[in-house]
Design a protein around this ligand. Structure first.
Ligand SMILES: NC(=O)c1ccc[n+]([C@@H]2O[C@H](COP(=O)([O-])OP(=O)(O)OC[C@H]3O[C@@H](n4cnc5c(N)ncnc54)[C@H](OP(=O)(O)O)[C@@H]3O)[C@@H](O)[C@H]2O)c1
Length: 308
């Protein structure tokens, strides 16, 4: 197994990249993160070196990656906002891959999403497909990892669902709620990503947890684990979104988009392959439900403003 002494990880001060960085540090790997928040006070207390994402300066990106054996890419956007589009995100991903290739990185581990497709009507999923194609073109051995719905410490989506379940008498279920989700633990995604770097070849694999539920069941399990008596109301997706947007309005945030509801109801957050993660969502809930959803995590604050 080739040894890694230095890796570059995007988003070590955010969610999935944070879990990857933690695992690498535990294995004695030096970690540099590309982030828009290089000065953020972080949980690693200075153990992670920082460099800014600057897509206008590809030479800087290359310099940051020089000397690293592996580049772990988590960069992506949840939705389009202001001048930032999925088209930009595809192009920025290409710049990152090319910088890694020019820097002589031995392997690129890329976090994609379950069920990306060139024909998807959802630009998140079709954009992810295009990014995978850009990666294949760049000529560096790669591992593409396609997670379903990622749960764990630092998560935003499930946390905010839990937050709303705690506070409101009803929670909207988009459509019939019978579509499936297959949550995967962030730590298991990180383990898969780190293990994938050890292999010399290229690979594509889903990252999915050992349990599958209907969306309604996942909500019920979450409420029960938190000890909250919640009422779930089936609504047409548009009405459910409007109700969810009330929270978005109150919190000045974007909780969920119509595209995300469409991806969810189409069952895209599941895998047809055998599960890769071993951590059960239900077991994790038992241990974390006490803290889950206690405070609201803003997507706009985390990902669309400059944090300090
Ligand atoms: N979370 C899930 O449930 C889930 C499910 C399937 C696939 N994925 C994929 O897994 C990867 C990591 O997801 P995550 O939820 O862990 O994301 P994240 O940590 O919030 O963000 C990942 C990276 O993208 C950057 N980023 C996020 N929003 C941005 C924006 N608006 N403008 C510019 N840069 C932005 C972050 O920059 P900073 O470092 O500056 O914060 C970070 O480097 C993504 O590729 C995502 O598509 C996630």
């Amino acid at each position: 197994m080739p040894t890694i002494d230095h890796a570059v990880v995007t988003g070590a001060f955010s969610y999935t990249g944070g879990h990857i960085a933690r695992l690498l540090l535990d294995q004695g790997v030096a970690v540099t993160t590309l982030t828009r928040h290089p000065d953020l006070r972080d949980e690693f207390a200075g153990a992670v070196a920082t460099a800014s994402f600057d897509f206008d300066a590809p030479d800087e990106l290359r310099r940051t990656m020089e000397g690293a054996s592996v580049f772990y890419n988590t960069y992506w956007i949840r939705f389009e906002r202001g001048g930032t589009t999925f088209e930009n995100a595809v192009e920025n991903s290409r710049l990152l891959f090319e910088a890694a290739a020019d820097a002589g990185v031995r392997k690129i581990v890329h976090i994609s999403v379950s069920n990306p497709s060139p024909t998807s009507a959802l630009p998140y999923f079709s954009g992810k497909w295009r990014v995978e194609k850009e990666l294949e073109r760049v000529g560096v051995p790669y591992a593409i990892i396609r997670p379903t719905l990622v749960f764990g410490t630092g998560d935003l989506l499930l946390n905010n669902i839990a937050w709303a379940i705690r506070r409101f008498p009803i929670f909207p279920v988009y459509g019939d709620g019978e579509y499936q989700v297959q949550p995967v633990f962030a730590g298991d995604v990180a383990s898969q990503a780190v293990a994938a770097a050890a292999d010399h070849g290229s690979s594509v694999a889903d990252a999915a947890g050992p349990e599958r539920f209907s969306f309604s069941e996942m909500l019920r399990l979450t409420a029960a684990a938190m000890g909250v008596r919640a009422r779930f109301l089936r609504t047409p997706p548009g009405i459910g979104l409007a109700l969810t947007n009330i929270v978005g309005f109150l919190k000045r945030d974007v909780n969920l988009t119509r595209d995300e509801i469409d991806g969810l109801t189409a069952g895209l957050l599941t895998s047809d392959s055998p599960p890769t993660g071993s951590t059960k969502f239900t077991g994790w809930l038992d241990n974390h439900a006490r803290d889950l959803g206690r405070s609201y995590e803003s997507e706009l604050r985390r990902n669309w403003t400059l944090r300090t």
